[in-house]
Design a protein around this ligand. Structure first.
Ligand SMILES: Cc1ncc(COP(=O)(O)O)c(C=O)c1O
Length: 363
C-alpha cells in the first residue's frame, strides 16, 4: 500500500524508504567511540564494494556533495609544489564550472574546456590539450545534473589512460545509478554523496580515491576539507571532526538496501524504466526535451523545455498539490525548463500517479 508522503523528484535529497528513515532514529553515539569506528569502517567497505574497486578507499566527509568534491581537490598539489602541473576542467554545466571555481578559490592553476550547457564534452579539444603533456589532472562531471546529460566519461577516460593523466570525477549524482569504471577511466578519485542514488539522508558525502594517492602530501587549502587528514584518521578508526552520526546509520542502512536490491545495476534499470515513462508522457504533452537527443540523457534526470504559456511556478504548484516536488532550471535555464529526477523510494503506483498528474498539469 503506497503512502501519500511527498515524493521528491528533485535531484536529491531523495525520498527515503521507511527502513532508511528509521535508521536515523538510532541511538546517540559519540563519533570517537569504538561503535562509531565500526560503523565508519562498515560504510567505507560497502562504498568500495558498490563497484568492486579494491584499489580504492572511501573517505567520509560530514557535509553535502560539494564538500566531497572540494575535499577531493586536495589530490591536486598546491600551486608551485614540486612537480605540480595545471589541471584541465571539462565543463558543460553548473557542476563543471563549480570545480573550476574551486580550483580558482584554492589558487591552483587550471584551464577550462567548456562546451556550453547543452553541448557534449569537447573531447577533441581535450585530446589536443592532454597531448601537450602539461596537465597534471583532468576534472570532469559524470552526470551533469544541470541538464541530465550523462557525459561520455568512458571516452574521456580512454584519453586519460592514453596520456597517463589521472581523472578526478564529480560522480555526485551518478554514483550507484550509472556505470563507473575506476581503472579503465584512469580515475584517481571520485566524489559522491549519500543522498542521491544511494538513497541515504543528506549530511554525509565521500571520496573514493586510489589508496596510494591518499598518502601523498596534501594539496588541501582548507583545514576542514583536508582529504588526507580525514583518510589517515578514518584508517585509525577515528574522525578529525564531529560526524553526522545519525545520518551515518541511515547511510549504512541505505548501502545494505542497495546491495540487497541488486546493487547499482538493478537501481540503474529501475531509473531507466522510470525516466522512459516520464519522457514519453511529458513529450506527448508538448514539452520538448532540452537536449537535442534522448540518448544524451542518463537514467537519472530529464530536463524539458516549458511548453508555451506554462510557467514553472504553476507546474510546480500543480504537481506539489498531487504530492510531487519537481525541480527548476539553474542560471540561464531558470524559468525556461523544468527537471524531473527519478531517484528514491518510488513504486509503480507513484509512477502512474505522476504520469496522471503531469497530464493534468500540462493539458
Ligand atoms: C553533479 C553534481 N555535483 C555536485 C553537486 C553538489 O551537491 P550538494 O548540493 O549536495 O552540495 C550536485 C548537486 O545536485 C550535483 O548534481
Amino acid at each position: 500500500m503506497t503512502t501519500r508522503r511527498m515524493k521528491l523528484l528533485n535531484p536529491g535529497p531523495v525520498t527515503m524508504t521507511q527502513r532508511v528513515r528509521r535508521a536515523l532514529g538510532a541511538e546517540d553515539v559519540c563519533h570517537r567511540e569504538p561503535e562509531f569506528a565500526a560503523l565508519t569502517a562498515r560504510v567505507r567497505e560497502k562504498l568500495a564494494a558498490v563497484y568492486g574497486a579494491p584499489g580504492y578507499a572511501a573517505v567520509l566527509i560530514g557535509g553535502s556533495g560539494t564538500s566531497a568534491v572540494e575535499a577531493m581537490l586536495a589530490l591536486v598539489p598546491h600551486a608551485g609544489a614540486a612537480g605540480s602541473k595545471k589541471s584541465l576542467v571539462v565543463a558543460n554545466g553548473v557542476y563543471g564550472e563549480r570545480m573550476a571555481a574551486m580550483l580558482r578559490a584554492q589558487g591552483k592553476p587550471h584551464e577550462v574546456i567548456s562546451s556550453g550547457w547543452t553541448g557534449a564534452m569537447d573531447l577533441a579539444a581535450v585530446e589536443k590539450a592532454l597531448a601537450t603533456g602539461t596537465y597534471g589532472h583532468v576534472l570532469a562531471v559524470h552526470h551533469e545534473t544541470t541538464t541530465g546529460r550523462l557525459n561520455d566519461v568512458a571516452a574521456l577516460g580512454a584519453i586519460c589512460t592514453k596520456t597517463s593523466v589521472p581523472m578526478l570525477l564529480d560522480a555526485v549524482s551518478s554514483f550507484a545509478g550509472e556505470d563507473i569504471r575506476f581503472e579503465e577511466w584512469n580515475l584517481e578519485a571520485l566524489a559522491a554523496t549519500a543522498n542521491k542514488c544511494v538513497h541515504g539522508a543528506p549530511g554525509v558525502s565521500f571520496v573514493l580515491a586510489r589508496k596510494d594517492a591518499l598518502t601523498r602530501p596534501t594539496g588541501a587549502t582548507s583545514v576542514y576539507l583536508d582529504l588526507m587528514k580525514h583518510a589517515a584518521e578514518q584508517a585509525k578508526g577515528s574522525a578529525p571532526f564531529t560526524m553526522p552520526t545519525h545520518v551515518m546509520f541511515a547511510f549504512d542502512e541505505a548501502l545494505s538496501e542497495l546491495e540487497e536490491s541488486g546493487g547499482w545495476t538493478a537501481r540503474h534499470a529501475a531509473y531507466v524504466a522510470r525516466s522512459a515513462a516520464v519522457r514519453a508522457a511529458v513529450r506527448e504533452l508538448g514539452a520538448p526535451l532540452l537536449l537535442d537527443d534522448e540518448v544524451a540523457y542518463g537514467a537519472i534526470l530529464t530536463s524539458f523545455r516549458l511548453p508555451q504559456g506554462k510557467t514553472y511556478e504553476a507546474l510546480h504548484a500543480a504537481l506539489k498539490q498531487d504530492g510531487f516536488v519537481i525541480y527548476a532550471g539553474q542560471g540561464n535555464f531558470d524559468g525556461a525548463i523544468f527537471r524531473i529526477a527519478v531517484m528514491g523510494d518510488l513504486d509503480p503506483h507513484d509512477q502512474d500517479r505522476l504520469v496522471s498528474s503531469l497530464r493534468r498539469a500540462l493539458a
